[in-house]
Design a protein around this ligand. Structure first.
Ligand code: PMP
Length: 406
């Protein structure tokens, strides 16, 4: 795509035209949540304006339209990720999706003596559910380490995959380091040893083509709001045999076939796991987001973000006293950094006054911060709608606020 194409694509995102503190907004927090194109916003508006009804309940026209729209979003997601629609459990996001695996798959299966393997770079959403399961089952947690570049040490990881290990759960892409893990190879090694694999796809799905079938995992979780969709949307993909064997996590309406006080017959997967009225409008919006990303082409988005990453890394490396955390050979457009003599929060606060939105903090990855011996980092994260001019302006603003703090 040419520079003009990218300018046109950026113009699809109304919010990116706004100002903050009298300065043009430079939004470098897409790893936290992505901005939404006008088509996504319009689809949510259109749903509430013209089609609003509950799903799977009413025979009237609006009920059918709402159900078609909701199920249509499931089919779009399935095509986007190369999986079957009836293997996608729609839910509020990665956090819910991983908890569903923890409570419905792991909790009834794990026993004292069993182990779960995680990695040092996991988000709290892929740590805490396993701790809760471990506490209740007597299973233990083992942690795979990373090298100085922030990459998984694969030999060390495979050495951890002993016969007591029942589950390996790891992130596809680190939200702090940007590291892209070779999940296909890792899942192959796990499968050889009879170990079930869960992948946290939160930071991969929005930034690169993801073919879940090709990865060969057992579970894949992702979140819609990072993929240009509405908040409160996401899904768990699971192999059919797991979904069939798993008990429901949350009970209520929609997830049943027949309810008697003597006992209840559950609906078929994936509906068995979707109790209650879902975020219908949200999934209509996520369907529109998938349409948007598909027409953009995830290869194009990835190539654009890699250019921005290269440019930003080059410029940041010229800033004296700036340390980048994470130098993986395969890396997504996420840059965590610290500047000598400046607190992460102070930098982010002063950058905000310049119109630059970056995140500062622990990024829901306390163990990783602990590993690096820092309480927090600054994180600039990019999406295809960012520009090279923004990279320059961000680094110029960083130099300016750094002088203020010195
Ligand atoms: N895992 C990773 C790697 C993430 O970056 C995030 C979002 N910051 C999550 C899990 C949790 O996603 P959500 O809050 O949408 O459930």
């Amino acid at each position: 795509a040419t520079a003009t194409d990218w300018a046109r694509i950026r113009a699809d995102f109304p919010l990116l035209a706004r100002e903050v503190h009298g300065k043009p907004l430079i939004y470098l927090d897409s790893a936290n949540t992505a901005q939404k194109p006008a088509s996504v916003i319009a689809s949510v508006d259109d749903f509430y304006r013209w089609h609003n009804a509950n799903v799977s309940r009413a025979v009237h026209t609006l009920g059918t339209e709402a159900t078609d729209a909701y199920e249509g979003a499931r089919r779009k997601l399935a095509a986007f990720f190369n999986v079957r629609a009836d293997e996608l459990v729609l839910c509020s996001g990665t956090t819910f999706a991983l908890n569903l695996v923890a409570y419905s798959w792991a909790l009834p299966r794990l026993q004292p003596g069993d182990a779960i393997v995680l990695t040092r770079m996991e988000h709290h959403a892929n740590i805490v559910p396993w701790q809760l399961v471990a506490e209740r089952t007597g299973a233990t947690i083992k942690v795979a380490d990373i090298n100085a570049a922030g990459e998984l040490d694969l030999d060390a990881l495979y050495a951890l995959l002993t016969p007591d290990v029942k589950l390996l759960s790891l992130t596809h892409v680190s939200n702090v380091l940007g590291t892209v893990n070779p999940v296909r190879e890792i899942c192959r090694e796990a499968r050889k040893r009879g170990i079930v694999t869960a992948i946290d796809g939160s930071q991969a799905a929005p930034h690169r083509p993801v073919d879940i079938a090709a990865i060969g995992c057992d579970f894949y979780a992702f979140t819609g709001h990072k993929m240009c969709g509405p908040t409160g949307t996401g899904a768990l993909w699971a192999r059919r045999e797991h979904l069939a064997a798993m008990p429901p996590f949350i009970g209520g309406g929609e997830m049943i076939k027949e309810v008697r006080f003597e006992g209840t017959v559950f609906n078929d997967p994936p509906h068995k796991f979707e109790a209650g009225t879902p975020n219908i409008a949200g999934f209509v919006g996520l369907g529109a987001a998938v349409d948007y990303l598909s027409s953009l082409g995830m290869h194009n988005a990835e190539a654009r973000e890699q250019e921005l990453l290269r440019h930003a890394t080059e410029e940041l490396d010229k800033v004296e006293g700036l340390r980048i955390f994470g130098r993986a050979a395969e890396k997504a457009a996420v840059i965590s950094f610290l500047v000598e003599g400046a607190h992460a929060h102070d930098l982010a606060t002063l950058l905000d006054l310049e119109g630059v939105a970056i995140r500062s903090g622990h990024h829901c990855a306390h163990p990783l911060m602990h590993h690096f011996g820092v309480p927090a980092t600054c994180r600039a994260s990019f999406a295809f709608y960012n520009t090279h001019e923004e990279v320059e302006a961000f680094v110029a603003a960083l130099r300016k606020v750094r002088r203020l703090l010195a």
